[in-house]
Structures are given as structure tokens and as C-alpha cells.
Design a protein around this ligand. Sequence first.
Ligand code: ZN
Length: 396
Amino acid sequence: MTVDPAAMRMTQSSVRAANLALVLSRIPGQQGTISRADIAAQVGMTRSTVSRLVDDLIMGGLVREGGTTAGARGRPAVPLSLQKGTVVSLGLEINIERIVATVVDLAGEMIDVQQRDLDVLGLSPADAVALLMELANTALESRPDGARLTGAVLALPGLLDRTGTRVLRAPNLGWEGVSPSDFWDLTVDGDPVPLRCANDVDCSALTVLRDDPQASFIYVTGEVGIGSAIAIDGALLTGRSGWAAELGHVCVDPDGELCGCGSVGCLETVVGARALLDRHGYPDLDSLIADAESGQDAAVTVITEVAVALGIALGAALNLLDVENIRLGGHLGRLEPLLRDRLAAELDRRVLWAQHSGIETQVVEDAPLRAAMGAGLSGLGRVLTDPASWIDPILV
Ligand SMILES: [Zn+2]
């Protein structure tokens, strides 16, 4: 049998590309370091193979070496971590009350933030993107010398087409069928900067995964509506078109109120911040929390309604997905201490396997820049998943 040399070279280069990505995936960004020997032990490659791959990643500007420390059995170990400031991405957000441009590097550091707080509903999409470009240009002035830009990702509160080009519907912005890239012509050093759009909650979930890379969870967060994202073993579950995880539009009351999506009794109509406060006449979340904490009947009833509705929707999701970790953010995170017992009781009752595996609920700390930061991380994703295509042109 003869072996086609071209096919052989192709196989070798794809194996190397996969190994580079595997090694890079073990190297931490902000937290901690790892040695070549530890990577070799984790991924099952020889130390010399790992060393060659790490050397290429260092030459390509993706990984840095720290000072030598004493390793196992007295051998010196060189700590490795992701390189700061050499590869950056623009992480952008347009939301109801703000437009944000950040520059994020591979190590997960935010190099610069430019934010304008305003009523975005009062702007046309063209004007909103024009302001976004202005902020992005200012943010890029802080880019370290020689840093390479991977592109720009824009986090938006809406449903996007599968290519991340067109906003199919973003009801809270009043955008439908809008392509932000039609208004985007940012260039850096004369080169156009490609723009991709992503769902804002998926972007926020990427920041949770940055801190807990192999996690599996359902993330439910509330600002105006209810957003959610699902991660399985460190990867977002986005569905075939990127439309998965719309927990906010799962029905929790067939006779309930009309939802902004056109359906009836969606989770969002019961636990969305605006719906929740308007329906019960609370001026803000603080007054609801204060009343509930002091045991006032009306407030306790509201909290019970929220816990039951969340229990119905999350119970169905856990039964479908076999995920045991729930992360609550936004106003739901603030309400979590009040919801905790009733929500746990609902889940215990509804989730088939609840008696065999603990269901854990955690609060995701509020951070207004989460979506923009996650958009930046998303922009860096292709470097992390396919480092060969990024560094090989440099190494040649
Ligand atoms: Zn709905």
C-alpha cells in the first residue's frame, strides 16, 4: 500500500493543531500556573512533546514562562500561564441603558473600558453602532504596543441568526432584522475589524466559565427580562441555531399573563424584575426585599410565587439536562436568600433524581461589565480553540 505524502503531512499538521489546542487549554489565565510536567501528566503526552508544543505557544505570544520554582522530586519547574497583552479582542455591548467597549486580553484581563450610560431606545441602530465605534476606538488606544486584535464581538439582548450577523429580534431594544455590521466600519492599522454579534447572556456565562472552566450549570439572570444560558462540561449549550436555553419563555402558567414574546404565562411574566414589581406595586427591589425580610404577607406571597415559578421551569430543565448546578444572577441573585428554601423544596419535589444527587444553587455576583467582558472572551475563543491557525503564520 502506498501512502500519499500530502495526506500524511495533512494528518501530522492536524494532529499538531489538536495537540496545541489541548496543551493550551490546560494553561491558566489569571489564576495560577502550571508546569510542562503537569500538563504532560494531565493530557497523557510525553514531556518532550509537551515541551515542543509549549515552546511554539511561547514563540507565538500566547503563553509566558514565570521564574523557576522547585518542582516534584526537586526538579525545577517553570510555571506557565497565558500571555498578557499580546492578543486582544474588543468586547462590546449594546443594552437598554448602556453602550460599552472593552479591550480584553488572552489572560482574561480587561485592558480598557469605555462606557456610556444612556437610553438606547432613543437611538437608531445606526446611531447606537456609531457611538459604539467611537467608544471602541478610544478603548483601542490603550492596546499594548504590538498586541494583535482578534476581532470584535458585540453582546446584544436578543435572538440572533446562526452566523451572528443579524439580530432577528431584540424586543427590549426595539430591534428586529437589524444587522449591526451594516453600520460598522472600524479599521485598525488600515485593516477592517470584523464584527460578530452574540447573545448577551451567553457572553455573561463565558465569564462564569472563565472562573470555573469545566463547570456544568444553568445560569438564570434577570435585568429587564429573564436571560439564561446552559454550560455542560465547560462548553455552552447553544443549540443548532444558537437559540437554546430560553428558560424565560418556558410556560409556568397556561392561564397567565401575556408575555412580550407573544405567548402566555412565560417564566418571565412571573419572575422578570419589571413584571414582578409592576404586578405587585413595589417601587423597587429594595422595598420588596425589605418587606419580605420583615415578614409582610404581600411580599412573602411574591417571593413564594417567584420560587414556585422558578421551581417549575428549572425543575423541567434539570429533568431534561441532568445538570445539578444552578447559578442565579441579576435580581434573582439578590432574591436568592429569600427564595432558597422554597425553591429547594420545589426542585426536590419535581426533579426525578433529586434524592440521589444534591442540587446546588449559587449566586453569580452582579457585574455590569459581564456581558462585554464575555464578548471579549468569545472573540478570543478562536485563538484558544485553534492556536495553530493563529501562531503558525508567525512561526514560519
Ligand atoms: Zn415569553
